[in-house]
Write a protein that binds this ligand. Structure first.
Ligand SMILES: Cc1cc2nc3c(=O)[nH]c(=O)nc-3n(C[C@H](O)[C@H](O)[C@H](O)COP(=O)(O)OP(=O)(O)OC[C@H]3O[C@@H](n4cnc5c(N)ncnc54)[C@H](O)[C@@H]3O)c2cc1C
Length: 571
């Protein structure tokens, strides 16, 4: 059903401010294309409709496109980012970069973004501690670095282009969902566009509309939410003389009335400086260009010349949905949980939500798994969301402690950390996002400590000696489970395994040391043993398309067949 009366209005600025001092950011704009429904196409039920083209929705759309699921993605705006908040996410973790590598945009992110290794934490005029990520034992295990800093909208723009290139998903701009009802077998959405309103039916809807989502109300989804009084001001700045490419954090910055300050380099030689403000500061005042320039002069000296690229205030809340889905409507990214930005756990975990759901929806769509597989999205990603809410809440209380015990604890840890290394672990300026482990998923067979954990994108070589990484095998498996068999493969087991793999659609590969003979059809070399170690060093490993280890074991027996069934929620 459609009509040509349009209820569409341009999106409002999310925070009420449109600050863009200096040069500002130039975001790409995308055209509205009249959808088939407004041209009289007969009603259909789409397999998936994604609502919201931010970081989570676009990652999901790219994942589905790569796995051949013809989804529709709708966004109310005509550009990337959220109106009025163009500068938000900056720090992307190894797990997210591995996902982007799988989706084919990592090289662009690497070329544009900034890798950093050294972090320094200060209190007053003292350096409390520092770290170098290159000292970490796992630094070079993945083909992706621990972090890349880049403005969020660049990644979103790359995803938009990748989705268009893959050509399977229909991306619709200036298309606002204004109502949603479930009808048992499908979900009905009302869409407002500049050319008129229409309805869409979908087997599954994924709500990626961010913190202001209307879907919680439409789906009667209980949400727990806490808003604290911490206030910040973002300044994106380009200096004439560059500071060192290091991440600096001040728990107490003398040049900011002893409140916190963050300093990071991003793409285009733009620095993100986050200033913690007084809870009662006026957001419009603290974001004024002249006020910001005073603050910058106190930090970098009056002579430090710079352009202000973007400035805006922010506050945050902590929020968690009771469930990650209401029947056929799934919550993803900021609609599932909202966290403070410390530790970069917002966008990064939205990307993992998308990576988790994409292969499951694809498996159900291609009839490789029953719809019951989708239940594991709640089991796994709600656990991750709860942990992320807890971890970031602790950082928030460290950075804005209540008077009394919290303040006392913080002062004591700072004083101790200056002298004793054990106390540095207690200084909490943000625990960086990680690939959350799943400890109670119905789709994992918990027979080894690494089960339910993400396997890094480690290196191996193809039989012809060419270098490759785990993601190459996952791409080859094309949304199916990947079974790695390490070492010799007895002839009797080879036949049995081939049969099992054929029936279940599992893609099997024999992984051998450089000198071993291979007996499987597909074989690769793991001369350093890095791949075997990353999978738990057993005889076989069952890896999901999202790189998580579903099970591992020593023999090709009934347990392996059961583990495959469990991973796909087969009855
Ligand atoms: C200051 C700051 C710094 C941050 N730093 C980091 C960081 O370093 N790393 C990190 O990982 N995360 C960071 N985050 C968090 C990160 O920005 C968010 O977690 C992330 O943007 C969430 O993505 P999303 O796709 O879930 O939602 P959003 O990015 O909010 O996208 C929602 C989309 O839905 C669309 N939409 C809304 N309503 C409708 C509707 N009714 N119909 C159709 N479309 C609709 C909007 O136009 C928008 O495109 C930071 C956040 C802030 C505020």
């Amino acid at each position: 059903m459609s009509n040509n009366n349009s209820n569409y209005t341009n999106p409002a600025y999310s925070n009420g401010y449109e600050f863009s001092g200096g040069a500002g950011y130039e975001l790409p704009t995308y055209p509205f294309v009249t959808p088939p429904e407004l041209l009289g196409a007969p009603p259909t039920i789409y397999p998936v409709v994604i609502v919201g083209g931010g970081m989570s929705g676009l990652t999901l759309a790219a994942g589905l496109a790569q796995l051949g699921v013809p989804a529709v993605i709708l966004d109310e705006d005509n550009t990337v980012g959220v109106k009025g908040a163009s500068s938000r996410g900056i720090c992307y973790t190894q797990k997210s970069l591995e996902v982007f590598d799988k989706l084919g945009i990592f090289e662009r992110i690497k070329a544009k973004g900034v890798e950093w290794h050294i972090g320094r934490t200060f209190a007053g005029n003292d350096e409390v501690y520092n770290f170098n990520l290159r000292d970490r034992a796992d630094f070079k295990l993945s083909s992706q670095p621990p972090f890349i800093n880049i403005q969020q909208f660049y990644i979103e723009g790359y995803l938009v282009e990748r989705i268009a290139q893959l050509g399977v998903v229909d991306m619709r701009w200036q298309s606002r969902v204004s109502a949603c009802t479930s009808n048992g077998d499908s979900v009905n959405l009302q869409i407002d566009t500049p050319e008129g309103n229409y309805q869409l039916n979908a087997a599954y809807v994924v709500d990626c509309t961010g913190t202001g989502t209307p879907f919680h109300k439409w789906c009667n989804m209980p949400v727990s939410s806490i808003k604290r009084d911490d206030r910040w001001c973002i300044a994106d700045v380009r200096f004439k003389v560059q500071p060192p490419t290091e991440r600096h954090t001040w728990i107490e910055a003398p040049f900011n009335d002893n409140r916190a300050v963050w300093q990071h380099l991003m793409a285009d030689e733009v620095w993100r400086i986050d200033y913690q403000m007084r809870p009662d500061d006026d957001p419009a005042y603290v974001s004024r260009e002249d006020v910001l320039r005073e603050r910058l002069a106190k930090q970098f000296g009056a002579q430090a010349e710079c352009d202000i690229v973007w400035v805006g205030p922010y506050s945050y809340r902590s929020q968690l949905v009771e469930r990650m889905n209401a029947e056929r409507v799934f919550f993803m990214g900021d609609t599932a949980k909202v966290v403070s930005p410390f530790g970069a756990r917002g966008g990064n975990t939205g990307i993992s939500d998308a990576d988790n759901l994409a292969w499951k929806i694809a498996a159900v769509h291609h009839n490789r798994a029953p719809a019951a597989l989708l239940n594991s999205y709640h089991q796994e990603r709600h656990e991750a969301a709860s942990v992320n809410v807890q971890v970031t809440a602790r950082t928030t209380r460290y950075l804005r402690p209540n008077d009394g015990a919290e303040r006392l604890f913080r002062d004591a840890t700072i004083a101790l950390a200056k002298q004793h290394s054990f106390a540095r672990a207690l200084v909490n300026t943000g625990r960086m996002a990680e690939a959350n482990p799943y400890t109670r998923s119905g789709c994992c067979t918990y027979n080894h400590p690494l089960v339910g954990r993400s396997v890094q994108n480690v290196a191996f070589t193809w039989c012809n000696g060419q270098a490759a990484h785990l993601n190459d095998l996952l791409r080859w498996a094309n949304g199916n489970l990947l079974l790695l068999w390490f070492g010799d493969l007895p002839t009797t087991s080879a036949g049995k395994l081939r049969n099992t793999a054929r029936i279940s659609g599992v893609h099997m590969v024999q992984v051998v040391g450089k000198v071993q003979q291979t007996s499987a059809v597909e074989a690769v070399h793991d001369a350093t043993g890095a791949l075997a170690a990353a999978c738990g060093a057993q005889q076989w490993a069952l890896i999901r398309p999202d790189s998580y280890l579903a099970a591992t074991g020593q023999t090709a027996n009934a347990q392996l067949i059961k583990a495959i069934a469990t991973a796909l929620a087969l009855p």
